[in-house]
Design a protein around this ligand. Structure first.
Ligand code: AR6
Ligand code: MG
Length: 312
């Protein structure tokens, strides 16, 4: 179980770092960069991992969700060179000027709030910490999303991603059986429809063309055009490496789709299944790979403590 906790977080960071150098590229351009060997190019992670670290730090410090504290972590960790989306940037600016975490995100996109994948890309700590408690998982996914993403579609994408990680943790269902659970879990029709499309892909005898995956599931920065793609990348593959390579190979929002695929896959296969040469290449430093692994271990230990306490 510990290896699933650390695997989800390291897996997310590794996916992010592998996808980052080709973000926004077409399928063809990605393949011209990576060729057959898929060596990690720089190992530097982006906003996806930086924000995931903030989510984990805050869950650890508060042994659960605390909106004000999580917003503070996001601001403290913020490095503009990591490539934040414009909506998240604006939300963080408002938060840093003292707006409350309940209000800041509501003003974005003309009052509609963001449905970008920025809340889903950082959700792995919530998925592992609440893997056995679906109500808490949903509630915490929504609340942690709300700090920057108030649009229902942004929050639902994060909840769906968190629940996918939780199912992977438990290996409760065969990978294909996951889709049934996900369809029941998800409340929004846009996502239900995407999951039906994934089911249709698996009903086909032949391998689905990548172009069809991109046009039906999406490869963009919107949560509904990327979370289902990450789930599909995981389910169709038989190893951590296959899943993440597939996610990046589709092009588009490669760092984020691969981060989400890496989180689910790391939770399912465990940290040992992540290629060593990718982990070695992942950036070090103060909040580098060793720190990310430590965050996973801490979440695991706190989870154990809380479970033991509940038993009494
Ligand atoms: N109406 C129209 N477009 C929208 C809306 C909306 N309500 N909400 C989101 N978009 P953003 P993020 C589109 O800016 O979610 C980084 O590169 C809009 O085009 O809130 O944190 C990461 O690696 C907007 O710019 O930021 C991820 O790939 C985009 O969705 C990504 O950015 C992203 O939403 C995460 O972005
Ligand atoms: Mg991205």
């Amino acid at each position: 179980m510990k290896s699933k906790f650390t695997g989800a977080l390291i897996g997310s960071a590794v996916g992010d770092a592998l996808g980052a150098p080709v973000e926004g590229y077409s399928m063809k351009k990605v393949s011209s960069v990576y060729g057959e060997d898929w060596k990690m190019i720089s190992g530097r992670y982006t906003d996806d991992t930086e924000m995931m670290i903030g989510v984990a730090e805050s869950l650890i410090e508060n042994k659960g969700f605390n909106g004000e504290d999580m917003a503070k972590r996001f601001i403290e960790n913020y490095d503009p060179k990591r490539g934040y989306g414009p909506g998240s940037k604006e939300a963080l600016r408002r938060l840093s000027e003292g707006e409350s975490w309940k209000e800041a995100s509501k003003k974005l996109f003309g009052g509609k709030g963001s449905y970008g994948n920025g809340a889903a890309m950082r959700i792995a700590p919530v998925g592992i910490f609440y893997y056995d408690d679906v109500d808490r998982l949903r509630e915490t996914a929504y609340k942690s999303s709300h700090i920057t993403h108030s649009n229902e579609l942004g929050k639902e994408g994060a909840a769906l991603q968190a629940f996918s990680i939780a199912l992977a943790m438990q290996e409760r269902v065969e990978k294909e059986g996951m889709l049934l659970e996900l369809k029941e879990f998800v409340e929004n029709e846009v996502y239900k429809e995407k999951i039906r499309k994934i089911e249709m892909f698996f009903e086909k005898e032949a391998e689905v063309d990548k172009k069809e995956v991109i046009s039906e599931l999406g490869s963009g920065e919107e949560a509904f055009n990327s979370v289902p793609t990450a789930i599909y990348s995981f389910i169709r593959s038989n190893s951590f490496k296959d899943a993440v390579v597939y996610a990046v190979s589709l092009g588009g929002d490669t760092d984020t789709i691969a981060a989400m695929t890496g989180a689910i896959s790391g939770a399912y296969y465990g940290e040992e299944a992540i290629p060593k040469e990718w982990v070695e290449r992942l950036e070090g430093g103060k909040k580098g790979k060793r720190y990310i692994r430590w965050l996973g271990e801490e979440l695991y230990h706190i989870k154990l403590q809380l479970m033991q306490r509940d038993r009494w």
